[in-house]
Design a protein. Structure first.
Length: 451
């Protein structure tokens, strides 16, 4: 038999590929759109003054997020290996492979708490559909008694099985098919919920909080929060986009994929804002109420609206889908790594890593109230989040920008940009992104303080 002709650059990896451009872009959007868009984005926007912060987030996304996203996809496709080995296979020295390990460990750690929050959303979806979110409930107490029990572990286990079930079926047979159905599904849910929320009496105040900027509220701090979030939201610095890149067809234009993923992420965050702010304002809830906004404040709002069980149920289903499509991309990172490094089969890789994620999530879950596990000023759950999001993620991002900006000889050829766009891209990677990343890192780790 004559082997199928490929125009790959010598690296073939496992040979697994996304079956279509659309499938790949939807999977990458699925990774990007997650709890970051629906849970974190609304509350940090609320805490940082609303519309002006949103504009800042867009600026960071375009100026720094997109160039790094393109770099990650290009490194992955050129190397066709794991988030660590792709650097080396794409032409970098061995040291890059070691540095890349950060981007294999980070998604593993992120998964251990992300899976818990995914479990919370499943629990809340069921509670809402079964009519247990009613006006006579103290939502704060309900949330803390839930997170302080063993129940979140049961739900995390369910979420982990769902994710493993998708990833075990492979790139095109599992991840791609799953996202092809759920990304449009998510959009439909978002639109239904947005219509519901902007038509609530008193909703317009929330719309204007989200859409009319007051620049006097912006602080340098908000700039760094916006940038850190643009990174998290595009799933950068975690090896996910390098890993997805490794399965992308050679003919795919990475420039247009980058734009599509950036636009997708922004649109989903925008609509999420148009659901959450009108709803919170219509019910007199403070939009800067922090991480509890979605699990405490919104159930209160849903309980007080007609057909609230239905809208609440749909809302938490939406959140669960967003979390699951991100989790499949996170799981694929260490799975690719062990399949390549130790030649494990996909089945063994998926099962063992999923189990390990679940085991490591146990102390996080227990630290929410059952037992005291404290590291410094954080409980275990917050510590893992803090360490992975504030230390590993900016470092992972920095490694990508430095490699692509200064050390990668094939960058021009692999990114496939026109000469003009290539110059702009390189400029951002060399001079803008690394400097800002260092600031984000110093600020989010608490080394740099504004006072
Ligand atoms: N981008 C996802 C979100 O917004 C989070 C994520 C980060 C997913 C890194 C994968 C990798 O929630």
């Amino acid at each position: 038999m004559v082997p199928k002709q490929t125009n790959d650059n010598g690296n073939k990896g496992t040979g697994e590929r996304f079956s279509s451009s659309k499938g790949f872009i939807l999977a990458a959007i699925g990774s990007a759109v997650g709890l970051g868009n629906m849970w974190k984005f609304p509350y940090i926007t609320g805490e940082n003054g609303g519309a002006a912060f949103f504009l800042l987030f867009i600026a960071c996304l375009i100026a720094v997020g997109l160039p790094v996203l393109l770099a990650e996809l290009a490194i992955g496709r050129a190397g066709r290996g794991s988030a660590a080995s792709s650097f080396v296979k794409a032409g970098g020295g061995k040291v890059w492979g070691r540095l890349g390990l950060i981007s294999v460990i980070a998604p593993f750690l992120i998964m251990t708490f992300y899976i818990l929050v995914a479990g919370w959303t499943l629990h809340y979806a069921i509670m809402s559909f079964s009519g247990r979110i009613t006006t006579d409930v103290d939502f704060n107490a309900q949330f803390s008694s839930f997170t302080g029990s063993y129940l979140p572990l049961v739900w995390a286990f369910v979420a982990m099985i769902l994710v493993a079930f998708v990833v075990i079926r492979g790139i095109s047979g599992g991840i791609e098919k799953f996202n092809k159905v759920l990304i449009p599904g998510m959009l439909a849910l978002l639109v239904i919920l947005m219509i519901r929320s902007v038509t609530l009496p008193g909703a317009m105040e929330g719309v204007s909080f989200f859409l009319s900027p007051d620049f006097s509220k912006l602080t340098p701090e908000a700039g760094l929060v916006a940038l850190g979030h643009a990174f998290f939201s595009l799933s950068l610095g975690m090896g996910t986009m390098i890993t997805y890149g490794a399965f992308v067809d050679r003919n795919q234009s990475l420039g247009s994929a980058t734009l599509a993923v950036g636009a997708g992420d922004l649109i989903y965050a925008f609509i999420a804002g148009l659901i959450i702010f009108p709803t919170t304002f219509a019910f007199g809830i403070d939009p800067s109420s922090g991480p509890g906004l979605v699990f405490v404040a919104l159930p209160a709002a849903f309980s007080a609206m007609p057909l609230g069980w239905l809208f609440g149920g749909l809302f938490f289903t939406l959140l669960a889908i967003a979390a699951l499509t991100s989790l499949v991309s996170l799981l694929q990172v260490p799975v690719t790594y062990v399949m390549e490094k130790w030649n494990w089969s996909r089945n063994i890789a998926v099962c063992s890593i999923s189990l390990l994620v679940f085991l490591v999530s146990i102390p996080s879950a227990l630290s929410m109230g059952l037992i005291d596990i404290e590291i410094g000023k954080y409980n275990f759950f917050d510590f893992i989040d803090f360490f992975a999001s504030n230390w590993l993620l900016p470092l992972g991002g920095l490694i990508v920008t430095l490699f692509a900006g200064y050390f990668w000889k094939n960058a021009a050829q692999e990114a496939g940009l026109t000469a003009k766009w290539f110059r702009i891209w390189l400029f951002m990677l060399r001079y803008v992104a690394p400097i800002l990343m260092v600031f984000v890192f110093l600020h989010s780790t608490g080394i740099l303080k504004f006072e």
